[in-house]
Design a protein around this ligand. Sequence first.
Ligand code: IMP
Ligand code: MG
Length: 185
Amino acid sequence: MIDTNQASIIELISRGDIQRRVTELAEEISRDFEGQELVVIGILKGSWVFLADLVRELTVPVIIDFMTVSSYGASTKSSGVVKIVTDLESPIEQRSVLLVEDILDSGLTLRYIVDNLRRRGPSSLKICAFMDKPVRRKADIRADYVGFEVPDRFVVGYGADYAERFRNLPYIGYIEEDAHGGEQG
Ligand code: IMP
Ligand code: MG
């Protein structure tokens, strides 16, 4: 385990780079959904920082809803077991839906959520992942919008946590393991 009091965070994506990329993504999404109202669904907790920045730059009307799923707990390893802890408040039948995630890693979490939401009959369902670790993929799933591709490191900040910590970092960094061998997801 990584001792979060001792961990050093190495910056990978700066605050400025994040801001510029979020603006680009918002422009692209606004263009693609022109003339439609979008239901933006944030997967909690990881997506809230990104979602807050993204939706304020969208030029299409939006409804915002959240879903809480359990995936990793306090570990960095995917269990493959996904449970909906808190469901959406709004129906999404015949709506244009954009799912917002912090990181697409194994893809097991999103695969489960997408299958679940599709059964509710949205007119379209797109995925926006702030970060993507394509080399880690186990499930057959890809994001329609990706902020950054990141290497196979455990990253934190801008909503992404390690054991609930570091979500408030305004940049993305990875945790440097010490010489005594920390665990990685
Ligand atoms: P997946 O099911 O393996 O795709 O991962 C689902 C969730 O695990 C993501 O939405 C994140 O909340 C979390 N996760 C995966 N990789 C990382 C990471 O590097 N840092 C922090 N959280 C991660
Ligand atoms: Mg998480």
